[in-house]
Design a protein around this ligand. Structure first.
Ligand code: MRU
Length: 344
């Protein structure tokens, strides 16, 4: 078992029915848990990336929806269902790219539909069970990804990663960092180069924090140092997470991932995408159909700086994700094993 150095990224307080998350906007300087039970605060937490990473926002949405439903006070099933559907729509609108968000909310609504015949009390208890199961499944799936991914690693390997697809992007373990943690549990020592990941710095702020808290040798580099590090020959593999995988294997992940996949090809370094099946969207044919979230100009212009570091006369383009074509992906590491894009 991974030694528990950090609390769960997202969980449900089963006594008070509150959603509990690590506020990731405060990391690495402050590790603070916050409790949420209102629609506007849960939506704000997802939009502002207090909770982020595809699996984590899926779990937060499921447990958040339950926290809301437990407080409706409705005694009529029809009114309850109407409110539940409206709240699920509001949560689903917070971030468009990660498949896990709509996947988890659809599961919750399916569960409500199946149980509405039993009255409001039965509905609430079924939704609680489904929300908790979403969290527990996430831990098991990430652990399985870690086990399969660990088979790709040997003692002394150095892995490169982008953004944060570790424990902070799921409930525990994460996806791209799960193989590193499972390897460490088995006594296989690896080290990690973590790309800083402009503009929100998930690699610098989050990946470096969680890896070092868990005793993993970590080096943070700026995004524009990736080619130089790969050219040095010290990277044995690149592991990334993903937000949505199209049916043909094209993969949306944090902006910069596509660049890294091209570099991996150039330097003949294997490029692995760690993907729970809940992130695969079989209804989206190719990467061209994936909606890419556009974020505020301020994240590039002024966030992290006392004064704006880009003149207001310049426009800003700030897509949160890019799409890596399937042909650049060596394999997907899933909870069902290691699969080529055509085998998903
Ligand atoms: O914008 P973020 O921080 O939510 O983006 C996260 C990523 O791109 C992760 O790589 C992805 O969600 C996979 S998380 C296991």
């Amino acid at each position: 078992m991974l030694e528990k150095k950090l609390p769960k990224t997202v969980t449900l307080d089963r006594e008070t029915d509150e959603l509990v998350i690590i506020d990731q906007t405060l990391l690495p300087s402050e590790l603070k848990l916050i409790r949420l039970s209102k629609l506007d605060e849960i939506c704000e937490a997802i939009k502002k990336l207090r909770v982020r990473g595809a699996p984590a926002i899926g779990v937060a949405a499921a447990e958040g929806l339950y926290a809301l439903a437990a407080r409706y006070g409705a005694d009529n099933t029809e009114a309850f269902m109407k409110r539940l559907i409206a709240d699920a729509e509001a949560l689903n609108a917070t971030r468009p790219t990660a498949k896990n968000l709509s996947w988890a909310l659809e599961n919750m609504l399916r569960c409500a539909e199946a149980n509405k015949g039993g009255g409001v009390a039965a509905l609430i208890s079924a939704l609680k069970a489904e929300a908790v199961a979403t969290e527990e499944r996430d831990i098991a799936v990430c652990k399985a990804i870690g086990e399969y991914g660990c088979g790709l690693l040997k003692n002394g390997d150095t892995v490169m990663t982008v953004c944060n697809a570790g424990a902070l992007a799921a409930v525990e373990y994460g996806t791209a960092l799960a193989p590193i943690y499972v390897a460490a549990e088995k006594g296989i020592k690896t080290s990690v180069y973590s790309l800083e990941t402009r503009p929100l710095l998930q690699g610098a702020r989050l990946t470096a924090f969680e890896l070092t808290e868990n005793g993993i040798d970590t080096t943070t580099v700026c995004d524009n140092m990736a080619a130089s590090v790969l050219a040095s020959g010290k990277i044995s593999a690149i592991f990334t997470g993903c937000d949505r995988v199209a049916a043909n294997g094209d993969t949306a992940n944090k902006i910069g991932t596509y660049m890294l996949a091209i570099l991996a090809k150039h330097f003949s370094v294997p490029f692995y995408v760690c993907a729970p099946y809940s992130t695969i969207d079989f209804n989206t044919a190719t990467g061209k159909d994936i909606v890419i979230e556009q974020r505020s100009a301020d994240e590039v212009r002024s966030l992290w700086y006392d004064k704006p570091m880009v003149t207001s006369k310049a426009c800003i383009y700030n897509p949160a994700f890019d799409v890596t074509p399937a042909h650049l992906i060596t394999a997907f590491v899933t909870e069902k094993g290691i699969k080529k894009p055509s085998e998903l």
